[in-house]
Design a protein around this ligand. Structure first.
Ligand SMILES: Cc1cc2nc3c(=O)[nH]c(=O)nc-3n(C[C@H](O)[C@H](O)[C@H](O)COP(=O)(O)OP(=O)(O)OC[C@H]3O[C@@H](n4cnc5c(N)ncnc54)[C@H](O)[C@@H]3O)c2cc1C
Length: 140
C-alpha cells in the first residue's frame, strides 16, 4: 500500500491536479483496451514534462514503488495492467512535437500518438507511416 506521506509528496511536487486518487478515474487505468483481467491502481500520476517524470521516478525509486508506464493503453499483452502497490505513470499529456522539415527530423515526446506525429508533418516531404488508422489515434 502506498503511504499517505508518499501521496502528499507527489501532490506537492507534481501538483494535486496531476495525482489521481478517485476510484472512477482510477478505473480508466485498470487495464489495457482489450485485456480480460484488470486491477485498480492505487494512484495515477499524469506527467506533463521530463522534469515531472524525473520527480515521479525519483520518489518511486526512493520508496521502492514499482511503476507501470502507460501510453495509449493499446498493448495487447496485459503490459499496462497494474498489480498491487504499483504507480501508473500516464504519459498522454507529454505530446509536444518539434518538426524540422528543412533538416528532415522530428522530435516527439513519449506521449505523442502516431496520429499526432503523422499530422505534424503532413503537407511536407516527411512521412510518419501509419499502419492502422484507428490504432494510431491512441498508440504512442
Ligand atoms: C485494435 C488494435 C489494433 C492494433 N493494431 C496494431 C498495428 O496495426 N500495428 C502494431 O504495430 N500494433 C498494433 N496494435 C498493438 C498496439 O497498438 C501496440 O502495442 C502499440 O505500440 C501500443 O502503444 P500504446 O501507446 O498504447 O502502449 P501502451 O499499451 O500504453 O504500453 C505498451 C508497453 O509500453 C510501455 N510504455 C508505454 N509508454 C512508455 C514510455 N514512455 N516509456 C517506457 N515504457 C513505456 C508500457 O508500460 C507497456 O509495457 C494494435 C492494438 C489494438 C488493440
Amino acid at each position: 500500500m502506498i503511504s499517505k506521506k508518499v501521496i502528499v509528496a507527489f501532490e506537492k511536487l507534481l501538483g494535486s491536479e496531476n495525482v489521481f486518487l478517485d476510484r472512477t478515474r482510477l478505473s480508466l487505468y485498470s487495464k489495457g483496451s482489450i485485456d480480460r483481467y484488470e486491477h485498480l491502481p492505487e494512484i495515477v500520476l499524469q506527467v506533463q514534462s521530463a522534469g515531472q517524470v524525473t520527480v515521479a521516478m525519483g520518489i518511486a525509486a526512493r520508496h521502492k514503488i514499482p511503476v507501470v508506464v502507460r501510453g495509449g493503453g493499446l498493448s495487447t499483452t496485459g503490459a499496462v495492467v497494474p498489480v498491487e502497490g504499483v504507480i501508473v505513470l500516464d504519459m498522454k499529456r507529454m505530446n509536444r512535437i518539434e518538426v524540422s522539415i528543412e533538416n528532415g527530423y522530428m522530435v516527439a515526446e513519449a506521449g505523442t500518438t502516431l496520429f499526432e506525429a503523422d499530422a505534424a508533418c503532413s503537407g511536407s516531404s516527411i512521412r510518419f507511416s501509419i499502419e492502422n488508422y484507428h490504432n494510431s489515434l491512441y498508440s504512442t
